[in-house]
Write a protein that binds this ligand. Sequence first.
Ligand code: FDP
Length: 320
Amino acid sequence: MSENLLTLGRHLRAQKDVGALVDVIEAIALAGKAIAHRVRRARIDDVIGEAGATNIQGEAQQKLDVLSDQLLLECLRACPAAAVYASEEQDGAIVLRTRAEGAAYCVLADPLDGSSNIDVAVSVGTIFSVQRHDRSDAEIEQSAVQAGRKQAAAGYILYGSSVVLVLSIGRGVSMYVLDPLLGDFVLVKDGIRVPAASKTYSLNEAYVNDFEDGLKAYLDWAHSSGYGARYIGSMVADVHRTLLKGGVFLYPGTKKAPEGKLRLLYEGNPMAFVIEQAGGAASTGRGPLLDVVPTKLHQRTPVVIGSAGEVEHILRHLRS
Ligand code: FDP
């Protein structure tokens, strides 16, 4: 068997006009390697459980949430192209460098999505969005709060039975796997396409009584149309399955929480970018997710993403 030596860095640098974006992605990938190591050793190192603090959204932070956030921050601090870091675990955006200093990108992340699943060894992941710092240095933080359509790159790192990095720089979607022998991510698949249809839906159906009528009607229709359900409860893992096998992942609004649970800038937007770049569709249930103009950093959004045909079935029921 010949060695696969097409590493993430080599693959990106072989493409035209990628510039310093490669450095930012390599910094995120480096943090991902460190986080993967911590996730694997979590039980041994006794870093499972709550850190004793809550994030700005009032959610209990897990020790590994905090650790993962620090690792990303450290890696981006050492990357000259990174201007801003914002994350689920930080109250506000952190300015790392100005444009005058040559920094051109803002990174937004959910450092460890699905972290409530770590104690039972379910797959978790890092979700990231890269926006261009294209405003004046006085508006450096606002550069991070932009519509998803403007992302320069987006993706996620899945810590599962293998460590998988899925990335789009707006030229389709590539998948890399961390080769433990090389200690580097190597390209395993380029030009990934979401299957156009697949009779699988993925949502927390326990909230059905709080769903709007159109969504209830969709579920009735799906039940009588031979659909299957898959829900891990870890967004990265659910979206990764949807990307590769098709179907639809949704986290809708409910009567109690009309905007749902997921965050627009570092969960909805990056996943929507990847799925659209792979030929799928992404909606809030009302319109294209990537066109939502954000007003604040930790804004939430309903999410309906996956195979174009499956998203359309849901939208049809929501419209009627
Ligand atoms: P978690 O709270 O474990 O971080 O981002 C939030 C998230 O996980 C997603 O990964 C997951 O899809 C969702 O919450 C699960 O929420 P429910 O328990 O409400 O289904």
